[in-house]
Write a protein that binds this ligand. Structure first.
Ligand code: ZN
Length: 325
């Protein structure tokens, strides 16, 4: 009988690169991180990655012939077919042939997609998605990210922009977004967006707990908003309700396109409150077509920081072994 092979999952971020050795069923056998060296336009990152992997393989007695391939998630604009990075601002890459470089270094098959999309693959393989064929995933953190699986395939799009849920316009002429446009979902539903709402709300309702917290600490976090709402503060509750309403509307509109069985909500903001997920569910049901909401579960994502490396392992198996959701 042939020994089952291991798979390498890699999640490249602006501060660290997460690397994992996984079994072919997606169990993490070993995982570690190395710093992302952004000097010289990130030219040394791929060599650092392969060097660190060979060291771990030597320590565990793993031979290169035991490895099926590498699946990589990277930030920025990426061609999912070729693994070419058009631009990754927070790593320093511009027109960087990421898959090619890693292939040259390692001699292994390498597949690269966007970091948000690879996390969705992981979450759907071994996390809350339960291998659904049609999934919308949304990450609420300092920004708003997302990814879409349709008919069992992650949507990368023509030049890597599919699933950029955070940049759906929800407010014409709204607040300025990092992308240079105005009124994106990210300006409302990210931690930053919620805090901006809170600053406004504290002014409108000077006797609220929210206003008192702001006076006391000089700042408000998204965590404060959930905590104060839990204590019965109306001003804070309104921010959560408004945020959930906008998210519910966007997801209902996307539901008319994708018709998912799962909507997965992850990221720091969602961790701060199950309240938010409940409120999103209510708004989604209010706005969505009845048949769309009837078939769709809204759930919290489960895998956290491991989603990327697990998704990397899945990507390799999907490409090389035709493993399907
Ligand atoms: Zn935007």
């Amino acid at each position: 009988m042939q020994m089952s092979k291991q798979v390498i999952g890699i999640d490249i971020g602006g501060t660290t690169v997460k690397i994992g050795m996984l079994s072919d069923s997606g169990d993490i056998l070993d995982k570690w991180e190395i710093p992302t060296k952004k000097e010289k336009g990130g030219a040394g990152i791929t060599a650092d990655i392969w060097q660190s992997i060979t060291a771990h393989m030597a320590a565990s007695g793993t031979d290169k012939t035991d490895i099926l391939g590498m699946g990589v998630g990277a930030p920025g604009f990426i061609d999912g077919e070729t693994g070419f990075v058009y631009e990754a601002v927070n790593v320093g890459w511009k027109d960087f042939p990421l898959a090619e470089k890693l292939k040259q270094d390692s001699g292994l098959p390498v597949f690269v997609i966007n970091d948000a999309n690879i996390a969705v693959l992981g979450e759907n393989w071994r996390g809350a998605g339960n291998q659904a064929k049609n999934v919308i995933a949304i990450t609420l953190g300092t920004g708003v990210g997302g990814g879409i699986i349709a008919n069992g395939q992650i949507l990368n799009g023509e030049n890597g922009m599919a699933g950029e849920i955070g940049h759906i316009t929800v407010e014409l002429g709204g607040h300025l977004c990092n992308c240079g446009r105005r009124g994106c979902l990210e300006t409302v539903a990210s931690a930053t967006g919620m805090v901006r709402q809170a600053m406004h709300e504290a002014k409108e309702a000077p006797v609220s707990l929210l206003a008192a917290r702001l006076r006391e600490r000089g700042e408000i976090t998204s965590k404060d908003i959930f905590e104060l709402a839990e204590m019965g503060d109306q001003a804070s509750q309104q921010i959560i309700d408004r945020t959930a309403d906008v998210l519910g509307l966007v997801l209902a509109n996307m539901g008319a396109m994708i018709n998912p069985s799962k909507i997965l909500i992850g990221g720091g903001v969602s961790k701060a409150g199950e309240q938010l997920i409940d409120a999103i569910r209510i708004a989604f049901e209010k706005y969505a077509l009845a048949r769309v909401s009837a078939i769709c579960d809204i759930k919290a994502a489960q895998l956290g920081n491991d989603a990327g490396i697990i998704g990397g392992a899945f990507l390799v198996e999907q490409k090389l072994l035709n493993v399907q959701f």
